[in-house]
Design a protein around this ligand. Structure first.
Ligand code: ADP
Length: 799
């Protein structure tokens, strides 16, 4: 080797060692057996050992006892010629202090390319870990603060409902008095404002429930057609006031009876239709429901709310679904609102498994639509056959200047197999009626829109009445601001019947039946607060309610009905009063100080059992909670019915009076027999479920129970199968959700075993306790099929 090349190599070695010593990371080289052969300055600073203290010692010196094998791992990996990527671990300094470190390893090759040892590069990452921890803590704190905000919002809006209850109730009562016009006007304003306020409070409550994930949909059987029609009808006056045509167009095969959450569907429709009315200066608002398909026991429907209003620009279409968003500040002043409606509707539709879609063009109008799939209830109500038989084949002329409305009505009449012609004005209607007569094929009925430009419906009806040659009976249709005035004008014009717009199927059939003398179908007439006939025998009622204003509302309403009331302010006083006197009924607030309504009910039921009283007194819960499950909780505690606050006073009267009638006629219905299923009870009980409790939960509706059994039989095998799949795929979130659904499915039947197992499974999946999942799924599957067999037996023996 020449001197110059020798000195070049020396330079390089020095330079290399300078690099190593300048590096702040620890660079440690070891012999193949792990003894330290080189220890740079970085290593000295990080670990606190001088080179001479460590050279020749084993690298294990730098790790804690628990991580001993980590060094062997690095060594064996490096000696096999493989580098080891960075990983985070723990190292220990000379002082004994442990610190987080990022470590990588690699083999050292000699000149001949053989592995001559290995080296590690180690970095002290204390600062980084500290920062990450701080960030994680800050995130957790922020999440907690956000959750606290949602809880706060939920609590505040919940608390606001209690005083609102009194305001709404007292106002309704005051409006029943004989009032001067001026006072009535003041009170009407209070009523409208408190309605608006309750609406807002409910919106905020919903939103906070979504955020704190406390939200669940209800599942009850209801009349879908009736729900849609009545929801739209309520908004009729608002549309009429603006001169808008409001049309409810339901496919004729829209099913009547479905299972789902009617309150939430009503909320969505009310929101979309009120928006449509609000943002449409002229033209029409159409609620269109089309049946996409009906499978064996499910229907798939598309709901659309279409308006001819101001429309929404493309840019705004993306924004309006966010909470508290409204288009343009200038417009907000023109149209009141909170900007919460669409956010909530969209969320609700998502919960229903759909998506809220929007098509809109500025100046032309908007179409909000969504799909929904609903299980059909087992029993479908149909219009009475004797009526539809009588009107089949009748010739009817429909006159309406609004095309959508004309078509919707014609479609419905054709579905009843009537022979339908349509015209778009009063003049055309009269022409057609006359010519039909002279052609020898006169019309039996003329269904005429009362409000049309030119010759209006009243005029057409009067002319029909006067023309000796026309025998068609006239039916007038209008969205009247004043029902009394409208019916008077209809009678004056000689109309045989009238129907309110938007026209509903049942009202249309009623009007046609009435005009043609076919059997009329009863429709529930609108009643005032005190119009229902009071029971002959006044009731002795015990009211337990801690809020004075609420107490006053209930007391006033019920004493005005002639009942006797004894008021107490907590559960303990309720029990004392119940011991002393006989009552026909107890109205029990759920949340009360000292002793709540559930505990008091429990005590009253125990007293009844001990004294061997044959019949339990009806106990009606009143609660401002509006969560799903609240009702179940009350019924489980032995209560017979449930009223939610703010109280609807008509519903209060109805529930109180019918509960007593029912409990007198059906002693077996009384909730006294309903004992909450304790664990012991479930185990000693021979059956997998409790038909009695299940029935009482469903208000003794046996056919509903049979429906629920069919749903269970349909849903449970699929649910079990997906749980198996989720478990095998390690999809714990999915498994947790499925177990939760299973719990819900089985709880209808008070199936304690299945519910308990599903609950454990849900919990284990959530906590990631993978060991128990297989066992729990198999127990659940076994119990679920046991339950299914027993339900089936029940269904077959109760046709
Ligand atoms: P709110 O109506 O209480 O303001 P929403 O969330 O229901 O709140 O609606 C948000 C905004 O979306 C409205 O303020 C309005 O600007 C716009 N919008 C909603 N529906 C319509 C519609 N049918 N036509 C035009 N604009 C609409």
């Amino acid at each position: 080797m020449s001197t110059s090349s020798h000195s070049t190599q020396n330079d390089a070695t020095n330079f290399l060692s300078a690099v190593m010593d300048s590096c702040r990371d620890a660079i440690i080289a070891c012999s193949p057996s792990g003894e330290i052969v080189s220890w740079n300055r970085g290593a000295q600073e990080i670990y606190g050992y001088k080179s001479r203290e460590v050279l020749g010692k084993h690298l294990r010196l730098t790790v804690t006892d628990q991580l001993d094998d980590e060094v062997d791992l690095i060594a064996s990996r490096a000696l096999s010629g493989q580098p080891l990527d960075h990983f985070d671990t723990v190292r220990v300094r000379k002082s004994g202090e442990e610190f987080p470190a990022a470590v990588c390893g690699f083999p050292i090759h000699d000149a001949a390319g053989r592995v001559a040892g290995f080296a590690t590069i180690e970095r002290d990452i204390s600062d980084r870990v500290k920062a990450a921890n701080a960030l994680r803590n800050a995130l957790a704190a922020a999440q907690e603060a956000n959750a606290a905000k949602s809880r706060f919002l939920a609590n505040v809006s919940h608390e606001l409902r209690t005083p609102m209850n009194a305001i709404v109730g007292m106002t309704a009562l005051a409006l029943e008095e004989d009032l001067s016009d001026e006072l009535r006007d003041y009170l009407d304003t209070i009523r409208e404002s408190s309605d608006a306020m309750i609406h807002l409070v409910n919106d905020v409550l919903d939103l906070s429930k979504f955020e704190s994930e406390q939200f669940e949909l209800d599942e009850v059987a209801y009349d879908l057609r009736d729900l849609i029609e009545s929801t739209v009808r309520v908004l009729g006056p608002a549309a009429h006031e603006k001169g808008l045509e409001l049309v409810c167009s339901l496919d004729t095969d829209t099913p009547n009876n479905v299972v789902g959450d009617p309150v939430r569907l009503r909320q969505i429709l009310t929101n979309l239709v009120s928006n449509a009315i609000k943002f449409t200066p002229d033209g029409e608002v159409v609620v269109d429901v089309t049946t996409e398909s009906i499978e064996r026991n499910r229907c798939h429907l598309r709901f659309s709310v279409v308006d001819t209003g101001i429309g929404i620009s493309e840019r705004d279409q993306r924004r309006i679904f966010a909470p508290f968003t409204q288009v343009e500040a200038e417009m907000t002043r023109r149209y009141s609102g909170t900007g919460l409606g669409l956010t909530i509707s969209r969320h609700l539709i998502k919960c229903f498994g759909g998506e809220l879609e929007l098509q809109s063009e500025t100046g032309k109008g908007s179409r909000f639509s969504f799909e929904m799939s609903l299980p059909l209830a087992r029993h479908q109500t149909r219009p009475p056959r004797e009526t539809t038989d009588k009107i089949r084949g009748l010739r009817v002329l429909v006159a309406d200047d609004n095309e959508t409305s004309r078509q919707a009505i014609a479609e419905q009449l054709e579905d009843w197999e009537m022979s339908v012609d349509t015209v778009s004005s009063g003049e055309a209607a009269l022409d057609r009626l006359h010519s039909a007569h002279s052609e020898g094929s006169p019309y039996d009925l003329a269904l005429v829109d009362a409000l049309m430009p030119g010759v209006d419906g009243f005029e057409v009806a009067s002319q029909i009445e006067e023309a000796p040659s026309i025998d068609a009976k006239a039916i007038l249709m209008a969205a009247p601001a004043d029902r009394v005035e409208f019916s008077r004008r209809c009678a004056d014009a000689g109309a045989a019947a009238y129907v309110q717009k938007p026209v509903s199927q049942s009202q249309l059939l009623n009007a046609v039946a009435q005009a043609t003398g076919a059997a009329a179908i009863d429709g529930e007439p609108q009643r005032g607060l005190f119009d229902r006939e009071a029971p002959a025998q006044p009731l002795r009622i015990l009211l337990a309610e801690d809020t004075p204003a609420n107490r006053k509302v209930v007391e006033r309403v019920l004493t005005r009905r002639g009942h006797e009331l004894r008021c107490v302010v907590n559960g303990r006083e309720a029990i004392d009063a119940f011991k002393k006197d006989d009552y026909d009924l107890v109205l029990m607030d759920v949340q009360m100080p000292i002793m709540d309504g559930l505990q008091a009910t429990d005590a009253i039921r125990a007293m009844e059992r001990e004294s061997g009283m044959g019949m339990g007194v009806p106990i009606i819960a009143m609660t401002a909670h509006s969560r799903r499950g609240d009702r179940e909780q009350c019924i489980r505690a032995g209560m017979s019915d449930y009223l939610s606050k703010p109280l609807d006073l008509k519903e209060l009267i109805h529930t109180v009076e019918t509960s007593v009638e029912e409990s007198a006629s059906k002693p077996e219905l009384v909730a006294k027999e309903v004992t909450p299923p304790t664990k012991q009870h479930a185990e000693s009980h021979p059956t997998a479920w409790d038909p009695k409790v299940a029935l009482s939960r469903l208000r003794d509706d046996r056919s509903l129970l049979i429906d629920m059994i069919s749903f269970y039989e349909e849903d449970y095998p699929t649910l079990l199968k997906s749980m198996q799949e989720q478990r095998l795929a390690g999809d714990l979130d999915g498994l947790c959700r499925s177990a939760h659904s299973f719990k819900g499915l089985a709880s209808t039947f008070e199936a304690a075993g299945v519910v308990e197992t599903a609950k454990q499974l849900e919990h284990s999946a959530r906590e990631g306790q993978e060991d128990s999942l297989e066992m729990l799924t198999s127990v659940l599957s076994q119990r679920a099929s046991e339950l299914s067999a027993q339900l089936k037996w029940y269904r077959e023996s109760n046709p």
